[in-house]
Design a protein around this ligand. Structure first.
Ligand code: AMP
Length: 220
């Protein structure tokens, strides 16, 4: 399985990508997670990404493309993967295509997660995240067992700077202006399927699974 999940911030891409990866045996690749970890580690890429991570603006294409290309040039590159948050622009999609072609790989499916903007604002305002394992929680819909503490590793949960309401609205604007251009780009390749992502996590997962079952991607 070689899948791209596209959706606005807070549409559940991370949650679904994690589940798909675990249950279907594919690597979960989140450029947001990679950049946040690089920032914490103080690498050159992390230092360059830091102001974009804080403001919710998209990091420059060349920076994100390099991070992804590096991952696919490694000997332990994933054969099967779910991309979460990449590509986010048509320029990134073109770079990804070139990188994968070098490895004789292709994208088999692109799933668009559909959620209304106001629902997104509400979801992200109340989202809390584990800074260690990136597990997402929601104060009302998916609270941790112990308030403020990650169920997985006991770390203290944080609100991501870019989950503040004003920043969320800005991120939605970037999504509509830049990332949605990916839809016609991948539609031309016959890869796009849409899934409504406003319900329960397991229901959305089942809908994605259904869509994948009925879609035979082009041969590699
Ligand atoms: P995410 O965790 O996917 O919401 O990403 C968090 C932040 O990381 C974004 O708001 C951007 O600043 C940066 N980022 C992650 N992926 C990309 C990407 N593909 N292109 C540009 N910036 C990105």
């Amino acid at each position: 399985m070689r899948l791209i999940l596209v959706g606005p911030p807070g549409s559940g891409k991370g949650t679904q990508a994690k589940l798909l990866g675990k249950r279907l045996g594919a690597a979960h690749i989140s450029t947001g997670d990679i950049l946040r970890k690089a920032k914490e580690a103080g690498t050159p890429a992390g230092k360059r990404a830091a102001p974009f991570l804080a403001s919710g603006q998209l990091a420059p294409d060349d920076l994100v493309n390099e991070v992804v290309a590096e991952l696919f040039h490694r000997d332990d590159r994933p054969e099967h993967f779910v991309l979460d948050g990449y590509p986010r622009t048509v320029a990134q999609a073109a770079s990804l295509e070139a990188v994968l072609r070098q490895q004789f790989m292709n994208i088999e499916s692109v799933i668009i997660l559909l959620v209304h903007d106001e629902e997104i604002v509400e979801r992200l305002r109340d989202r809390r995240t584990c800074p260690v394992c990136s597990s997402p929680y929601h104060l009302k819909n998916k609270p941790p067992k112990v308030p403020g503490i990650c169920d997985m590793d006991g770390a203290t949960l944080v609100q991501r700077l870019d989950d503040k309401e004003e920043t969320v609205r800005q991120r939605l604007k970037f999504y509509h202006e830049l990332t949605e251009e990916l839809i016609p780009f991948y539609q031309r390749q016959g890869l796009v399927r849409e899934v409504r992502a406003e319900g329960d996590i397991e229901k959305v997962y089942k809908d994605i699974e259904q869509v994948l079952k009925h879609q035979a991607g082009p041969a590699c």
